[in-house]
Design a protein around this ligand. Structure first.
Ligand code: ADP
Ligand code: MG
Length: 289
């Protein structure tokens, strides 16, 4: 039996009188690559932040477990959650790199969960750590940028550096919150391909929130759809149809599928998993203009 590396049970989060997460249950098995979809405001970021222990649920709400250990329960972070978080890499929409540091130093920060704080803070990294950081950059295809300041990278390169940081961290789980939301189609494709490859080659569990459905269908075998803080669909990508999205999201579905895309999209079941997705540039340009 495959084991669950993420387990969310009866998680609720209320902001004022707004229920961002509503008694939500979710289980993700080791090695899965799962897309979290939903219109903006549906609770994607809130859920990811709760799984990583960056936020705590309501006092009367349930539990979050990662790698078999408790992250939070009844609105309290577990005492051992900090150590468990070393296994969880988080990739943010806005990259969260230190712009004034070199790319490789940013990637080396992935070691911080494991090594002595002061050694990390003073940039005292071993030769082996530096070598591993370079290898991680090589894996995401930007080893040649290692010595450049992070601030000088393009958005797509920054996101790949952020993924390299999670590689150095040796994260067992990567949570990525709309990692391609501010990227152009070519960079988006690179970033998603990198996440998919790490999932495939290392068995890293990936949970990635995506505002639009097309990339979810291309890269993620399992789709979890949120609406108003609840899971309204949890199944395979083959089960997702435009009709279903319309039913799940009503008027909000316009927000999730771009019409020119939707018509140009092949049937999900016929998408070859290993071949790169077709160039999305023309469709995106058409949408933008
Ligand atoms: P998504 O990531 O799917 O766009 P979010 O998780 O950011 O959705 O937000 C879910 C709901 O919770 C929204 O109604 C949002 O306004 C609200 N929300 C999120 N974070 C906060 C916060 N820090 N304070 C108040 N409301 C918040
Ligand atoms: Mg969000």
């Amino acid at each position: 039996m495959t084991k669950n590396v993420i387990r969310v049970e009866k998680l609720s989060k209320t902001f004022g009188d707004n229920r961002a997460l509503d008694n939500l249950d979710l289980e993700i098995a080791e090695g899965e690559m799962v897309a979290l979809i939903g219109a903006s405001g549906s609770g994607k970021s809130t859920l990811l932040r709760h799984i990583s222990g960056l936020a705590v649920g309501d006092r009367n709400s349930g539990t979050v477990e990662a790698m078999g250990g408790l992250i939070q329960k009844a609105g309290r972070i577990d005492g051992a959650a900090r150590a468990r978080r070393a296994d969880i890499g988080f990739v943010f929409q806005q990259f969260n790199l230190v712009d004034r540091l070199s790319v490789i130093n940013n990637v080396l920060l992935g070691n911080l969960g494991r090594i002595n704080y002061w050694r990390g803070a003073f940039g005292r990294f071993s030769r082996l750590e530096k070598q591993r950081a370079l290898e991680a950059l090589h894996r995401v295809g930007i080893a040649d940028k290692a010595l450049q300041r992070a601030g000088t990278l393009s958005g797509g390169q920054k996101q790949r550096a952020a993924i390299a940081r999670a590689l150095v961290q040796e994260a067992k789980i990567i949570l990525a919150d709309e990692p391609i939301a501010s990227l152009d189609p070519a960079s988006s494709k690179h970033v998603m391909e990198n996440l998919a490859r790490i999932n495939r080659e290392d068995g890293t569990t990936v949970l990635v929130s995506l505002h639009q459905v097309d990339y979810a269908l291309r890269f993620c075998p399992r789709i979890v759809a949120l609406r108003a803080g609840r899971v309204v669909f949890d199944g395979t990508r083959e089960q997702i149809t435009q009709q279903l999205l319309k039913k799940l999201y009503g008027a909000e579905s316009e927000d999730l599928i771009l019409p020119p895309f939707a018509t140009a999209m092949p049937e999900p079941s016929r998408i070859p998993v290993k071949s790169p997705p077709p160039d999305l540039q023309p469709a995106m340009t058409a949408v933008a203009s």
